[in-house]
Design a protein around this ligand. Structure first.
Ligand code: ADP
Length: 740
């Protein structure tokens, strides 16, 4: 049993003095050591090459993962290791080691590792130990090393025999490791380990500088984005020191104020002061921001060219690490246009409000147009209205010229001058640059020194009511915005004029109606009153005749006289009812607080006889105390209950009076168990003389419900009926709750 050794054999011929070969000598030398040395040298060489190559890779690296990949590849290729991988130590709960790159025979090995750098079984392998300790760690023989137990099986399956792990260090701490698997046990010499250690150091440096580079690029990109955002912001931005001296502005600030970066830097923000705000205003602002609180507000500033603008500004104090305020960042937004729109909206709303309230819009056209004029920087306005009779335009309101001049143009024909044309054609006419043009149309306004003139027709449903025009002596043109505002005002004035004329017409009709109503009432009252007298005489004389001729009269004669008396009596009731009806309307209603229980009692007392005769039972729910016309309401109950008793079959009447409150009013009901009413008559029965029965069936004049309706409506209520034929009726009426 011996050790296999490597030998070198040298065989040399042995010669005699004549040169004849006489034998041979054989020298056998043990060269194991030399071979080993050679192999080691070869490996060292290869490792050196790897170091060199990886050095190059570090120089040219762009992307971290590519770089790691490349280094693994170089180590496998140059040194002939079975597998090389690089992993990073995570600071997660498991302290896991996450593989980032590998090369060589891997076959899913890394996935199965589940490595950690924690001090646990899976952390006590070479990689975990190297990371934990920050020192290289060798597993000389996987077959026997007990620390390698958890991975032995799968490592041997892949032909690994030993491993060397080198920590990747940053400031003395391992942030990862490079792990090398060799096919042979114990292959790493001291020198090789040293070289590999250097390589790992190189690698760690490479990774760190790559990461720094990436971080710097990210920050730079962020800065670039930030500054381009600030540069291109629509809001003006200025950075100042604690004293308000400008250090930097963005282009929007220049657009807003007219000051360029060069002009602004070094200047004080005071250059923007407009003088439109009080000293306290600025004092308060400074106090706020010097306290370190942001300030926000609206203010008027002055541009470089002297013009004013309104801005909304937020000033944010910037604090140094020590906490003191060192800078301010001011963000400004031009809100001149918004302000102007707001003012315009106010102006219009104001106009509409005034025009709607005004009894005579013509009068306030003047006031309104004065305001619009000031707003638009105009010095003259004219308002013509169409005069229907003369078919001409008449000057209704004006400003900006003398009384004499106005007097001369009181009347204007259609088609003459700008306004006459606008009225004739029903469309807007804008005349600009008037002073430098000639033409018959603009001659008149030109004579007033007006340079730009706009005339809007006042139109209501395509009918031209007149014109409204504005003129300026200070400019040759109007902006679109100004013309639009003029149109809005003109439209509002037209609407108000239209409304006013409609109202005037309505008032006329109402007055007319009122008058004819009054006449009618007067007539009804006089007629019924004056008819009473002769009628009483007729009835009186008839009874006298009856008395006197009592014995001389035959049946027929008596029948005739009885008929005549009955007729006269009926007429008497009829006239009484009519009188009642006309009385309801003659006086203005006088409301007083009355307990409707008491009011109902009066009605029932008046109906005493017929209640008794009919055997009616009358019940009630609790009735409220309301402000009503007490007498008339008694009459109302009386009529409704009278009808309820009257329109019955044979049954004794059962009548119930109820009251309920709903939505600011009371609804009273009179329910009966009488004959009922067909739905188609629900409306008609409230008209005068409307009856559904002959006098033979049920007596009456057909005026009762008309009186009821009049009483209810005078009190601001409504009356209606609900009924089913044969099932009784309920008459409802409402009374507004005047106490509420
Ligand atoms: P009049 O009672 O004098 O006939 P009204 O104006 O009081 O006149 O009533 C008009 C008509 O309405 C009555 O003729 C009757 O046909 C109908 N009517 C009124 N009240 C009732 C009622 N409670 N039940 C049924 N029908 C009624």
């Amino acid at each position: 049993a011996g050790r296999r050794i490597e030998v070198s054999v040298t065989v040399s011929p042995l010669r005699d003095s004549n040169g004849q070969v006489v034998g041979a000598s054989k020298i056998v030398r043990d060269i194991t050591q030399r071979k080993q040395k050679e192999a080691e040298l070869g490996r060292l060489n290869r490792t050196l090459k790897a170091l060199h190559d990886s050095n190059r890779a570090t120089m040219s690296a762009g992307d971290e993962s590519q770089y790691l990949q490349e280094v693994c590849r170089i180590m496998v290729q140059d040194c002939g290791h079975a597998m090389v991988w690089i992993g990073f130590a995570e600071d997660d709960a498991d302290k896991s080691v996450v593989p980032a790159a590998h090369a060589g025979i891997e076959e899913g090995y890394l996935k199965s590792l589940r490595l950690t750098w924690a001090d646990t079984e899976r952390g006590r392998g070479p990689t975990g130990t190297a990371i934990r300790t920050g020192k290289p760690c060798v597993c000389r023989d996987m077959r026997t090393d007990p620390a390698f137990a958890p991975w032995r099986q799968s490592a041997l399956e892949r032909g690994y025999a030993s491993s060397l792990v080198l920590p990747l260090l940053a400031e003395g701490k391992a942030f990862g490791a490079v792990t090398i698997y060799s096919k042979e046990p114990d292959p790493f010499s001291e020198s090789e380990m040293k070289l590999l250690g250097e390589l790992a150091g190189e690698l760690a440096q490479g990774i760190i500088s790559l990461r720094l580079r990436a971080e710097r690029a990210r920050v730079q990109e962020q800065l670039r984005l930030l500054s381009s955002a600030v540069e291109s912001a629509v809001n003006g931005i200025a950075i100042t020191d604690r004293q308000g001296q400008i250090l930097w502005i963005n282009p929007a600030f220049t657009r807003l104020t007219g000051y360029t970066l060069e002009e602004a830097v070094g200047a004080s923000t005071r250059v923007l002061k407009s003088g439109k705000h009080s000293a306290e205003f600025y004092a308060r602002m400074w106090a706020t921001i010097l306290r370190g609180q942001p300030w926000q507000g609206e203010l008027v500033n002055r541009r470089k060219d002297g013009s004013f603008y309104t801005e909304e500004m937020t000033i944010t104090p910037v604090r140094a690490a020590s906490g003191e305020v060192t800078h301010f960042v001011a963000i400004k937004q031009d809100i001149t246009a918004r302000k102007r729109d707001e003012e315009r909206a106010c102006l219009l709303a104001d106009a509409v409000g005034q025009l709607l309230q005004a009894e005579a819009p013509q009068r306030i056209v003047h006031e309104l147009c004065e305001k619009v004029m000031a707003f638009l920087d105009c010095q003259a306005f004219f308002n013509f209205l169409v005069d229907e009779q003369s078919k001409r335009l008449r000057l209704n309101a004006w400003a900006g010229i003398s009384k004499e001049e106005a007097g001369k143009m009181e009347w204007l024909d259609f088609g003459v001058a700008v306004c006459g044309c606008a009225a004739r054609d029903g469309c807007r006419i804008v005349a600009e640059n008037i002073l430098s043009t000639t033409g018959p149309r603009t001659e008149l306004v030109k004579s007033f020194g007006i340079q730009a003139y706009a005339c809007h027709p006042l139109k209501a449903q395509e009918r031209v009511l007149g014109t409204l025009s504005f003129g300026t002596r200070t400019r040759a043109r109007f902006s679109e915005y100004e013309l639009a505002l003029m149109k809005d005002v003109a439209d509002q004035v037209a609407i108000a004029l239209e409304r006013q004329s409609a109202q005037a017409a309505l008032r006329r009709t109402a007055a007319e109606l009122e008058r004819s109503n009054q006449e009618l009432q007067q007539f009804a009252y006089v007629a019924s009153h004056d008819l009473q007298e002769p009628l009483r005489a007729v009835a009186g004389y008839l009874s006298l005749v009856e008395d006197r001729l009592r014995d001389g009269l035959d049946d027929k004669g008596r029948h005739y006289i009885a008929g005549a008396i009955e007729g006269a009596e009926r007429m008497h009731t009829l006239i009484n009812d009519l009188l009642e009806l006309s009385r309801v309307g003659t006086r203005a209603p006088a409301f007083q607080s009355a307990d409707l229980n008491a009011v109902l009692d009066i009605a029932l007392k008046n109906l005493g006889a017929s209640i008794q005769k009919s055997g009616a039972t009358i019940t009630r729910s609790a009735l409220p105390t309301l402000r009503v016309e007490a007498n008339q309401t008694a009459l109302l109950f009386q009529n409704l209950i009278g009808n309820a008793i009257k329109f019955q079959n044979e049954r004794p009447p059962e009548i119930h009076v109820s009251a309920r409150e709903e939505a600011g009013q009371w609804v009273l009901g009179v329910r009966d168990n009488g004959i009922g009413i067909e739905p188609q008559y629900f409306e008609q029965i409230f008209q005068i003389f409307r009856r559904l029965h002959t006098r033979k069936e049920y007596s009456g004049t057909g005026i009762g419900l008309a009186i009821c309706k009049k009483i209810v409506e005078r009190q601001g209520g409504r009356i209606w009926v609900e009924s089913q034929p044969g099932r009784g009726s309920t008459f409802y009426f409402s009374i507004p709750d005047r106490q509420a």
